[in-house]
Design a protein around this ligand. Structure first.
Ligand code: PMP
Length: 435
């Protein structure tokens, strides 16, 4: 048995109250407040390998990995050494460095759609800049996005966005003007006919079709067979840029991202999370022709004081090199398949409606009969059961994403024993949550 009947968080409770006095909701990013599952979050003291340690003395097997970046686990020696060496040389220069070209070369070599790439500091900046560039390059205003897909808190993209925006029930945030929203056209995910219809209806007006090629922000929802291929053909026919937001999937589902996994090359790609190795970095890239429209090479303006930050570039490059040279993806596949299979078996035995959806090391156990193909399907999940399950797992030392509408991430630092412990915990947790 792995239960912890004495699970309490008194120090975290105090820390949360303190934080709430000076930080809205006590957190610097909403999902961390556990709003979707009710209750208060443990405050973290440190992380090592596959584990998180809270200030109340609990250890957890970590399945959020900082919401994606920590694919090698926390504190991988190569990444730590690279960041430590960079730290000694200076944390920010506001002037170019050789490492920026080195990591740009690594990204261009890895990601099929990218010849040139610009580094920024967050995924939000990457998608914001990518749609500005798509509009600048095509001279058109409209962008098609998929319901339930999250692209950061860009005004024009906070329309039926997934992630914490879904969880908090505010897909359309106050403060987003009608003007910012009016050029965003919505489609359900996995429905190429809907995209075709919009492209017909708005002939000559659409700059880009933007999507998560594998949705991660409404829980894990893979593209159906032929869907990405259909979008590729449609966008080509209409002269519209196809933009894959691979902030989550880039270097995650394969070294070259979802586009390498499925063999569908978009016109433009956004990256984040893993590319910064756990430090703030993200990027957008495309052909040299498109990217040369970005300032100072071209007229589309985009800049950043901390863009290409030396610490982030060092951690990112060390992460990419470790992924490229090792066998991480085979290991991640084996561990993740074991986890998905074990969770599925546990849920079947507990007789709860469920489906486990997975691509590589991203997965979601939906409390839904399945399959979950789009946002409407996802929203029919039993979120109350999810919340009970989440707390039962936390009490057993397993830190899952705190919402039904988020993907869990396995890292190369997880062991078979961690996976098996998680499955044992899930058996107990499901019995407790469903009972
Ligand atoms: N795009 C996707 C697909 C994401 O998953 C996220 C973050 N979860 C973002 C963009 C935004 O990235 P950031 O939080 O770094 O701004």
């Amino acid at each position: 048995a792995v239960s912890r009947p004495d699970f309490r968080l008194p120090k975290s409770h105090e820390a949360f109250a303190r934080a709430n006095r000076v930080i809205p909701g006590g957190v610097n990013s909403p999902a961390r407040a556990f709003g979707a599952v009710g209750g208060e979050p443990p405050f973290m003291a440190k992380a090592e390998g596959a584990y998180l340690f809270d200030i109340d003395g609990h250890q957890y097997i970590d399945y959020i990995g900082s919401w994606g970046p920590m694919i090698l686990g926390h504190g991988h020696p190569h990444v730590r050494e690279a960041a430590a060496r960079a730290l000694e040389l200076g944390t920010s220069f506001g002037a170019p460095t050789v490492r920026e070209a080195e990591i740009a070369e690594a990204v261009a070599a890895a990601v099929p759609s990218i010849e040139k790439v610009r580094f920024v500091s967050s995924g939000t900046e990457a998608t914001m800049s990518a749609i500005r560039l798509a509009r600048g390059a095509t001279g058109r205003d409209k962008v098609i996005k998929m319901a339930g897909h999250y692209h950061g808190h860009v005004d024009a993209l906070l329309i039926q966005a997934g992630s914490a925006a879904t969880t908090l029930g505010t897909p359309n945030s106050p403060g987003v003007t009608a003007g910012a929203a009016k050029d965003t056209l919505l489609c359900p995910f996995n429905d190429a006919d809907a995209v075709a219809a919009l492209l017909e209806q708005h002939r000559g007006e659409v700059a880009a079709v933007l999507l998560e090629p594998i949705a991660g922000n409404m829980g894990l929802v893979p593209p159906g067979p032929g869907y990405l291929e259909a979008l590729r053909a449609l966008t080509e026919r209409h002269g519209v840029l196809l933009v894959f937001d691979e902030v989550m999937t880039g270097f995650r589902v394969a070294y070259g991202g979802a586009q390498a996994l499925y063999g569908v090359t978009p016109d433009m790609t956004t990256l984040g999370k893993i590319v910064g190795g756990g430090l703030p970095a993200a990027a957008y890239g495309s052909s040299a022709k498109v990217m040369d429209r970005v300032s100072p090479a071209g007229p589309v303006f985009q800049a950043g004081t901390l863009s290409g930050n030396p610490l982030a570039m060092a951690a990112g490059l060390a992460t990419l090199e470790t992924l490229r040279e090792g066998h991480a993806y085979e290991r991640l596949e084996a561990l993740s398949a074991r986890l998905a299979e074990g969770l599925g078996r546990a849920a079947r035995d507990a007789k709860v409606p469920h489906v486990v959806q997975r691509v590589g090391s991203m997965l979601t156990l939906f409390f839904h009969d399945g399959p979950v193909r789009n946002y409407d399907d996802a929203r029919r999940s039993d979120t109350a059961l999810f919340a009970r399950f989440f707390w039962e797992m936390l009490a057993r030392g397993v830190y899952l994403p705190c919402s039904q509408f988020e993907a869990a991430f396995v890292s190369a630092a997880h062991t078979e024993a961690d996976i098996d412990h998680t499955i044992d915990a899930a058996r107990e947790a499901l019995a407790a949550a469903a009972g």
